[in-house]
Ligand binder design. Sequence first.
Ligand SMILES: Nc1ncnc2c1ncn2[C@@H]1O[C@H](COP(=O)(O)OP(=O)(O)OP(=O)(O)O)[C@@H](O)[C@H]1O
Length: 571
Amino acid sequence: MKLLLIFSRSDPWRSALVVASLVLAAAVEGFGFSTLLPLLSLASNRPASEHSALAQIIEPVLSSVGLHPSTPVLLLVILVALLIKSALLLVANRQVGYTVAQVATDLRLRLLRALLCTRWAYFTSQPVGVLANAFAAEATRASQAYLAGVTMISQLIIVIAYAVIAAMTSSPATGVAILLGIVTVSILSHLVHITRAAGTLQTTLQKDAITRLIDVFRGIKLVKVMGREPIVAPILVNETEQLNTALRRQVITKEAVAALQDMALMSYVAISVYVCIVVLGLDLSLVFMLALVFIRMLTSLNKAQRQYQDMAEKESAYWSLLSTVEAAEAEREMITGDTLPHLSRGIMLRDVVFAHDTHRVLDGVSFDIPTGKFTVLVGPSGAGKTTIIDLLARLVSPQSGHIYVDDVPLSELDTTTWRRMIGYVPQETVLFNESIALNVSLGDPAIGRADIEDALRRCGAWLFIQHLPQGIDSNVGELGGKLSGGERQRIAIARALVRRPLLLILDEPTSMLDTTSEEAIWQMVAGLRSQVTILAVSHQQTPLSLADQAYRIESGHAVLLGPAETPRAAT
Ligand SMILES: Nc1ncnc2c1ncn2[C@@H]1O[C@H](COP(=O)(O)OP(=O)(O)OP(=O)(O)O)[C@@H](O)[C@H]1O
């Protein structure tokens, strides 16, 4: 029920319109139905004095608008009431449909907005499968839970309308019917609890299964080459079968509730009709009317419970999605600075300390990256070279020490503008399952085809691209799987260059290239130093021989390399 309140608060006007339409539809339906009794009285030719309280209300109402309660008039009233009810239900259902679609869209947008503003550290620990599952499956199930909740309310409104009609016909019988309805709902509530638990289990298992699936298929080449399918398959199959068990439990409990409700309803009606006619000797038309009203009332109550069961089954998806959104929102990146960066003199790191939890990676690093120069970082694996890049891009912040850009602390710079000045080639090439052109431009409309072609030519990528049937419009495949490692790296370098950055950061960009290509790429990069400040991480010899300066990152410190390792710097 909390779920309904949350959704209603998010769009109070639409929710009010839905509830008002449902109440009106139920009232109109009830009014139409209530004319049945005068109709039956007329059919049985009983005198007006014997008509029930309800009939005695309906007849003056019709007379007040100049209608005599004859058979055609009463039939017409029923027909008109049904038409008005259908129109009102159409209004309500249309609003419900819009709201359900809006609920799913709002949840997805909230998740997207949260993720786009989340700091980098969040993504290093959050499985992509959880996000994909939240966006696709959980948002849909959450909106279905809302739909079930609204449908439940509409059924409850109908129950109330029919209870009022029934009470005006026979209050003791109505009291007994309501009591029986409550007893049935209470007895079956245990099955609803089981459905809720199965729905929660489904939410957890589905999240785990999708996370595992994405992980495995991202590394499917490795799995295939090393013949690990027989090991991976049972894990995936097992999770899928567990999911199936949860789904079966939901189906069984739902069907059991429906079957038991039907049995109970039919038993109540049969016994009540017997008692009313044989034991109490009530009039047949009255018993017929009461039976119709009670069947409609109890059927609606049963439907309301089944909708509640449906909501209980899917509700956990909303809470899971909400926890993912809130976790992302809590990890919001704090962007404080507003000074526009220029990079006219250079970057200075002073006594920078950075630790991942208790693991101190940088222990007072100090060095300069002068504008228009080519600086190289070397050092053993795990020394903290990529961490320095992350600090420069403000993906992480130092625990102590300072980073300055032209004497302005990095933390005071407008981060978005600063990042737009950076061209970055990461250690692991990231290509999207799109065309080469889109992978280079990243969809920036300011970058034309001539710019893309120029960047690809400068990286030596044009040689292989011109042989592709669709040239730069060729799709690179999932994670760039249709290209070689070296081809992927060239495209990644072209992407970094195409926006003509002021700071070019390259993290081992040529690790997959042959020696000739590697030398050509570094020569090209070095040739850019008059236009761009370059910071490269590399284990190769070529960039060291071309660099203006090089630092070894080791034991948490930066040590300037001498002329033996950086011959150009010495000259
Ligand atoms: N998100 C993280 N959480 C915890 N520790 C991390 C994280 N990222 C990196 N580290 C640790 O920080 C240290 C520095 O990592 P970094 O990637 O900066 O090294 P590197 O010098 O670039 O190494 P390589 O040359 O192998 O790429 C490593 O010991 C690594 O295990």
